[in-house]
Write a new protein. Structure first.
Length: 360
């Protein structure tokens, strides 16, 4: 993968370069300190596969740069770096909507050093770059501490189950659960746009994002859907006509309190290298809602959601996955597809129509 690093800060440019050096799978072809220079270098260099992009730069911001890249039709993937602040998280969602493929929160804070920042960047950025790797690259040559499952390696399959297909056109679930990762925020906006109240059942989402970013995502989904949407709160009752987002850095599941189904948040170890994990949400939904559970698996890296989908099918629930053609990364829905667990597969428009039908 040939990578161009674009960042206004010379320190971050150096940290990102240091993080990416030392592997045969990635070549840093150059750096730029603003969007205008980046566009010039994209024209100058041939075969750039991906750029890392700072969101706050003089002369041409990250968002403006993304729009120019899309306008010029440069065939590059874009991973944005953004501060873990309210402003930074909102800018990241704007960038993803404009066509960025993924994001990484900039490291910082008390005690941060050049060395540990480079290590953290490497751990988070390497798998995000390699999810877009060219066909034929051998994952066994990767020298990174990131677990192999997040790089697309195959998780040992549980014992096979007999999967009874469900006719989703006739299915009226009691809850909808949605899992997503890379490319998820724009996909979620698309499938939830125009729901409008009343929605007869709750919708619960696990999107792989850090804290602060999930807060901004919930605000945006409330705007586009016309439905009350917020991060879930521990011990909060699960109500119809609401959309809930698992808060960053917390697993989300369900529990009974005085006979009512409520949320449970915890910080037990990550699953599939992530927290919140889609598997945790899906498994708990199958336990509490059984055959009345409906799951949607959207675009995302890795296999999170496959084990949870297996639990939903054991409980005779329903599953629809996003098709490969409309995914940024077909990892998560692809793992469900390879296990033969889905009842239906469709693009974002078809998933949107299914959600609207099931919630009215």
């Amino acid at each position: 993968m040939r990578v161009l690093i674009v960042d206004y800060s010379v320190v971050f440019r150096s940290q990102i370069k240091a993080a990416l050096e030392g592997t045969a799978l990635i070549e840093v072809v150059g750096t730029a300190n603003n969007g205008k220079i980046a566009l010039q270098k994209l024209t100058q260099y041939s075969g750039v596969d991906l750029i890392t992009l700072d969101m706050e730069m003089p002369e041409m911001s990250g968002l403006e740069t993304i729009k120019e890249i899309k306008k010029a039709k440069f065939p590059v993937k874009i991973i944005v770096f953004s501060a873990a602040t309210t402003r930074g998280s909102e800018a990241t969602l704007d960038a993803l909507e404009a066509g960025a493929d993924d994001f990484v929160a900039k490291p910082g804070g008390e005690g941060a050093t050049f060395e540990n920042a480079s290590i953290r960047i490497r751990e988070e950025l390497m798998p995000k770059i390699l999810q877009f790797k060219k066909p034929g690259i051998n994952n066994t040559t990767i020298t990174t501490p990131t677990p192999a499952t997040s790089l697309g390696a195959t998780t040992p399959m549980p014992e096979a189950i007999k999967v009874a297909k469900k006719n989703l056109d006739l299915f009226m679930p009691s809850i909808i659960v949605i899992g997503s990762s890379t490319g998820g925020p724009p996909a979620l906006e698309h499938v939830l746009t125009g729901l409008h109240a009343p929605v007869r059942i709750p919708i619960v989402i696990a999107q792989h994002m850090p804290a602060m970013f999930t807060t901004s995502l919930a605000k945006r989904l409330k705007t586009v859907s016309g439905i009350e949407c917020a991060e879930a709160v521990d011990r909060q009752p699960v109500l119809p006509n609401h959309i809930y987002v698992a808060p960053g850095n917390y697993h989300l599941s369900f529990q009974k309190i005085n006979g009512a189904t409520c949320f449970k948040l915890d910080q037990t170890p990550p699953r599939n290298s992530v927290r919140p994990a889609v598997d945790t949400l899906f498994e708990s939904a199958s336990d509490h809602y059984g055959s009345r559970t409906m799951a949607f698996v959207l675009t995302g890296m890795g296999e999170d959601g496959m084990i949870g989908s297996r639990a939903i099918k054991k409980a005779a629930g329903g599953i629809m996955i996003q098709n490969k053609e409309s995914c940024v990364v077909f990892g998560m829905p692809g793992s469900v597809f390879n296990a033969g667990l889905q009842d239906s597969i469709g693009n974002l428009h078809q998933i949107q129509a299914m959600i609207q039908k099931m919630t009215k």
